[in-house]
Ligand binder design. Structure first.
Ligand SMILES: [Zn+2]
Length: 131
């Protein structure tokens, strides 16, 4: 099938949905470290130079709306002070920073690379056989 929100959310390879597209375990000093290729199917994690330039815009748009809407809701619906709402927004931004950073790269890669059910099946079979 086409797009998988689960694979995108869990930072799995878009082609085989098994391999990780980021280096694990998570290292806070290198949050965007990616292996050159998916360990399971060989899909390049950076198909061309500057590939993630678009992910930067995606991240900007998504995080802006994600932070703006609750802030407006707090100020105009729940009658919070502007200072309180901004403090909450900064706290929310800090909490979700790494998820947005990696998530938008993952989303971008999933938008650009097609899923291949045959490769997913082959990779799952190889994992089951322990090869
Ligand atoms: Zn893969």
């Amino acid at each position: 099938m086409g797009f998988s929100i689960k694979a995108m959310w869990t930072n799995k390879c878009p082609r085989c949905r098994q391999g990780n597209i980021f280096t694990e375990p998570f290292n806070i000093s290198k949050p965007l470290d990616m292996p050159k290729q998916c360990a399971d199917c060989g899909q390049f994690t950076e198909p061309e130079p500057g590939f993630y330039f678009g992910a930067m815009f995606l991240s900007y748009i998504l995080s802006s709306w994600f932070l703006l809407l609750p802030t407006l809701l707090l100020v105009f619906y729940f009658k919070w002070s502007v200072g309180g709402a901004i403090a909450f927004t900064i706290f929310l931004a800090a909490l979700t920073y790494f998820k947005f950073l990696r998530g938008c790269r993952s989303l971008w890669l999933h938008m650009m690379v097609k899923h291949n059910p045959q490769i997913e099946k082959d990779v799952k079979q190889r994992i089951l056989q322990g090869v």
